[in-house]
Design a protein around this ligand. Structure first.
Ligand SMILES: [Cu+2]
Length: 425
């Protein structure tokens, strides 16, 4: 090669070296800025595993950090080696180097080093998995059942007549049945016994523990403990069909006195609406239109007979939410919509732990009711939350609805029902 040739070659190489360097810097900057933006979003994210709020999530977090660190160091070393090789050995038209078969020592080392790292990481990881799965000696047991597309919680009465370790004031208490928001006492080891009535769902409250799949025909246990009163949000983490994205759940943690108040309220007797009110008309409409699927404990028909829902004859999963105390929760339909207006929602959700319980137990008042979403739901539920719940879709479900159908209610009926439901607390 002539001298001139070598020179131009050199200049070309240098220039493309600078190009690649500046593009590298650009990419690096974008990555750092992007990371900063993401990190700032995550600052008060409700579903952040990096902000544990109870023992089990804290355990996972304490394990996650050192492993993330080890993985990070390995990642940086690998990245640096790749970068070095890419720059140092990039194609400058040089002849292909001599090909060798490999180096036994290096190959063994590359097997041994990761094996040792993984073995070291495995020790605390396996220990932690075993510890997290120890669901013995619960302070409180809640049965959790997933179905398309909401969670039901029922609180069994134990042999001593206690619910979740608390003695209800009511004698002969019934099990409490609720949905969307699972209410627990703080600082208690709450064990859920979970399953599903249709497909596989996954129960996940990131700030309180990892995920647990809920498989039909099987029983899965999982622990929860919350340090502070408040609402901890989560969502179904296993694709479960059309409205998977609308299947959320919340754990509401209350201090002991507030939890006791919650239990007693959930067992309080049915209060029929005052005669000749909109709510009284709503009760009649409810019995006619809704009570086939939805249970309201203690509701009696015109003959004085108890009205018992039979959702198993109408709904694919065999269940519909119990509406006896609907207005004590503050979200509905798979915890996807608020029963509270935005302002009232913030007042509860952003409350300091010491006043949270009081605000939560107030439930939904007339001034705070988010009528818009509730009415939209009653007007046409499948339009709001995609479900296979309308007659033309029933072929796929053997004549049973999946979710809540469009009941073609009039606006008058809807107003009556809202007035009636507003008293369910
Ligand atoms: Cu699901």
């Amino acid at each position: 090669m002539s001298r001139v040739g070598t020179l131009t070659e050199k200049v070309r190489t240098n220039r493309s070296m600078t190009d690649s360097r500046s593009s590298l810097i650009r990419t690096g900057l974008i990555a750092v800025l992007g990371g900063a933006v993401l990190a700032s979003c995550a600052n008060d994210a409700p579903q952040d595993t990096w902000q544990p709020a109870g023992e089990y999530a804290q355990d996972i977090h304490d394990l996650q950090w050192p492993i993330f660190l080890v993985a990070g160091i390995v990642g940086v070393i690998v990245f640096a080696a790749v970068l070095y090789a890419v720059i140092r050995y990039r194609d400058r038209g040089q002849p292909i180097p001599e090909q060798t078969h490999g180096n036994a020592l290096i190959e063994y080392a590359f097997i041994a080093i990761p094996a040792v790292i993984l073995a070291v990481i495995a020790v605390p990881t396996v220990a932690m998995v075993i510890e997290l799965n120890d669901t013995s000696d619960p302070d409180c047991v809640v049965n959790v059942t997933g179905q398309q597309w909401w969670w039901e919680y029922d609180y069994p009465v134990d042999a001593d007549g206690n619910i979740c370790g608390f003695a209800p004031t009511a004698s002969d208490p019934l099990p409490i049945v609720t949905s969307g928001q699972m209410v627990i006492p703080i600082d208690a080891k709450v064990v859920i016994r979970g399953t599903s009535r249709d497909v596989i769902h996954s129960f996940w409250i990131p700030k309180l523990n990892g995920k647990r799949d809920m498989v039909p025909g099987r029983l899965h246990t999982w622990n929860f403990k919350a340090d502070q009163p408040g609402i901890y949000a989560g969502q179904c983490a296993e694709f479960c069909g059309l409205s998977h994205a609308n299947m959320r759940m919340e754990i509401v943690a209350l201090n002991d006195a507030d939890f006791q108040a919650w239990i007693d309220n959930q067992l309080s007797p049915y209060e029929p609406p005052e005669p000749d009110t909109l709510a009284a008309e709503g009760e009649v409409t409810f019995i006619a239109q809704c009570s086939g699927c939805h249970q309201v404990n203690g509701l009696r028909d015109a003959n004085g007979d108890l009205v018992i829902a039979q959702p198993d004859q109408l709904v694919w999963s065999g269940a519909a939410p119990n509406l006896s105390y609907l207005m004590t929760r503050n979200t509905f339909a798979g915890a996807t919509w608020d029963l509270l207006t935005d302002r009232c929602r913030d007042f509860v959700w952003e409350a300091d732990p010491d006043v949270f319980g009081d605000r939560y137990l107030t439930g939904v008042t007339e001034e705070c009711l988010n009528e818009v979403d509730l009415k939209e739901w009653l007007r046409n539920a499948p339009a709001k939350k995609p479900m296979y719940a309308d007659p033309e879709e029933l072929d796929a479900t053997d004549g049973l609805v999946r979710g809540m159908p469009n009941l073609a209610l009039s606006e008058d009926q809807i107003n009556q029902l809202v007035a009636y439901l507003l008293e369910r607390k």
